[in-house]
Design a protein around this ligand. Structure first.
Ligand code: GLU
Length: 414
């Protein structure tokens, strides 16, 4: 299928703000409810390895304005290595050995976190540091835990500040660049918009630094091989990601129902600039995060076991609620926490597939029990639902699919 590319001549000429109407990027920001904003090292850290505090303060003003509008924001920030190497007296540029890189990250991350905390505290906002590895996003048990943590932080109106856990992630298991990490975070957290702020204002038909004729692409509805070819090869510099990693990120994001913007972040107040029509490329998601997650659960995962539910639980599920242990009458198969399981009614009809919050052995112990007794039975604090409604894809018709994504199980069980 050919790429659906909309060329906007006003935008393509000269990189200025659109002259009429509201830009696609501005609309995307206005519409978004849960945003992941990725900040590249080159924006946050100057050539001497110092944090550009004035820039960060201006970003914090923008984030606070988004929160004031009732939106939720997760920040993914690079810069730990760039800051840390200065403080350890390592050369400010050039490649570092893995051990040195990890030491630099450990040193820089604490300063980075402090800088974010100070910037957001100016607006009485709380930040929360999350350091994750590739495994945390891939392995389903950890994925569910990380997801629950994001849900709780956002519910308590904190701003998560995420980076890769560079000090423990070895080269083979690193994501390596925060573009792709941010896309995984966006997918895991059910975000509907990911903004990658970097030193380029979007995707061009060719590298604009070397091709004067290159034109800017404001909207990408399908990531075709032609679009991928436009990304070219990564450029050397302090940022690890080039356009290639941004396109990879876009693939992960749109698949998860999250649209993505590539925008220039160098100036102060980059979010405000987007709202005022600055140039950006929008990769448009076809589905919303909730539908995309359910399609992923229903379509690509092979159930490892099954839960048989009573008529009351079946009714609750059809109303869009979570599966509580009280409604489960039988547990079959061998599965771990986070594994997909089939949900059947007592007549053997398959109602759907979901990610179990408990292993088969635990599920057997809590089946038929009230949620508030789970901790007593298992001997530790656990989730209240056996399958959270966000993790359940029904294969039979449901009364309503309008419940908000990424709620905490507690709200749901209440
Ligand atoms: N995690 C790295 C850091 O904080 C940055 C990776 C990237 O540049 O994308 O220094």
């Amino acid at each position: 299928m050919a790429a659906l590319i909309q060329h906007d001549e006003t935008q393509a000429s000269g990189g200025q703000a659109v002259q009429s109407g509201v830009s696609l990027a501005a609309q995307a920001v206005e519409k978004a409810k849960r945003l992941v904003i990725k900040v590249g090292s080159a924006l946050l850290v100057d050539g001497q390895g110092q944090i550009r505090q004035a820039w960060l303060d201006a970003l914090a003003d923008d984030v606070s304005a988004l929160l004031d509008q009732g939106k939720e924001v997760i920040l993914v920030s690079s810069g730990a290595i760039a800051v840390g190497r200065l403080h350890l007296g390592m050369p400010v540029s050039g490649d570092l050995r893995l051990g040195d890189k990890q030491a630099a990250a450990a040193t820089g991350q604490i300063r980075l976190a402090h800088a974010y905390q100070a910037a957001m505290a100016r607006h009485n906002r709380t930040v929360a540091q999350i350091l994750i590895t590739l495994e945390d996003t891939e392995e389903r048990q950890r994925h569910l835990n990380a997801r629950a943590t994001f849900a709780s932080l956002l519910k308590h109106q904190a701003v998560p500040v995420v980076n890769e856990n560079d000090t423990v992630a070895t080269a083979e298991i690193r994501v390596g660049d925060n573009d792709r990490l941010a896309a995984r975070v966006a997918s895991m957290a059910g975000a509907d918009l990911l903004i990658l702020f970097s030193d380029i204002d979007g995707l061009y038909t060719a590298n604009p630094r070397t091709h004067a004729q290159a034109s800017h692409i404001p909207l990408i509805q399908t990531i075709t091989p032609e679009i991928e070819a436009m990304a070219g090869k990564p450029l050397p510099g302090i940022s690890t990601g080039g356009m290639v990693t941004k396109i990879d990120a876009a693939k992960v994001a749109v698949q998860a129902g999250c649209s993505m913007l590539i925008a220039k972040g160098e100036g102060l107040h980059p979010v405000q600039a987007l709202l005022q029509g600055s140039l950006a490329s929008l990769f448009q998601a076809q589905a919303n995060p909730r539908k995309a997650r359910k399609a992923w659960i229903a379509g690509s995962l092979m159930p490892r076991g099954s839960l048989v539910v009573d008529a009351g639980a079946q009714r609750a599920l059809l109303q869009g609620r979570s599966l509580l242990p009280a409604g489960v009458v039988a547990v079959d198969g061998q599965f771990n926490e986070g594994d997909p399981v089939a949900v059947l009614n007592q007549g053997g009809q398959r109602l759907g597939v979901g990610l179990s919050a408990f292993s088969a052995a635990e599920a057997q112990r809590i089946q038929g029990q009230q949620s508030q007794d789970i901790a007593k039975i298992l001997g530790y604090q656990a989730r209240l639902a056996l399958i959270h409604r966000d993790d359940l894809a029904l294969t039979i018709a449901q009364a309503s699919d309008e419940a908000p994504a990424l709620t905490t199980p507690k709200e749901d069980a209440a």
